[in-house]
Design a protein. Structure first.
Length: 144
C-alpha cells in the first residue's frame, strides 16, 4: 500500500506542476525544477513513460539557459521507452547547445547507437572520454 500512496503523491505533484507551467511565466523556472524532480522520481520508480512526460514538461517550462537537465532527461528516458526518433532529435539539440560537454556528447552517441549508427556513436564515445576520462555512465538522470 505504501508504494500506491507514493504513486498517488507523485501523480498529484505531476498534475499540479503541469498546471503551474501554463499559469504565470514567472513560475516557469520553479515549475521546471518541480518537473525535473518528478521526472527523476518517476524514472527511479521505473515509470518511464510518466518520467518522459515530466521531463518534456520541464523542458517546456525551462529557459534556454537551464534546459540542459530537462533535455538530457528526455533523451535518457526516450531511449528507455524506445522513442528513438525523439531521443535522437533531443540529443542533437542538447549537443548543439553544449558541443564540448562530455555528457551531451555521450548522450548523443547513445542516440546514434539506438539508430544503428555504430561508427558515429563510437566516435562520440571516444570524444566524450577524451574530454572527461572519468565520465561515469549513468542509467538515470541526476544532473542539473
Amino acid at each position: 500500500m505504501r508504494g500506491g500512496t507514493r504513486l498517488v503523491a507523485v501523480i498529484v505533484a505531476f498534475v499540479a506542476a503541469s498546471l503551474i507551467i501554463h499559469a504565470d511565466p514567472g513560475q516557469r523556472s520553479r515549475s521546471a525544477d518541480i518537473q525535473l524532480q518528478l521526472g527523476r522520481q518517476l524514472f527511479d520508480e521505473g515509470l518511464y513513460r510518466d518520467a518522459l512526460a515530466a521531463y518534456q514538461n520541464a523542458l517546456k517550462a525551462s529557459t534556454p539557459l537551464d534546459a540542459k537537465a530537462a533535455r538530457a532527461g528526455v533523451v535518457r528516458t526516450a531511449l528507455r521507452v524506445a522513442e528513438y526518433d525523439l531521443a535522437r532529435a533531443e540529443a542533437e539539440l542538447l549537443l548543439a547547445a553544449a558541443p564540448q560537454d562530455p555528457e551531451a556528447i555521450a548522450l548523443n552517441a547513445d542516440a546514434m547507437w539506438s539508430a544503428g549508427l555504430f561508427e558515429e556513436a563510437e566516435t562520440g564515445y571516444r570524444q566524450a572520454l577524451a574530454i572527461s576520462p572519468t565520465l561515469p555512465r549513468r542509467s538515470e538522470e541526476h544532473t542539473s
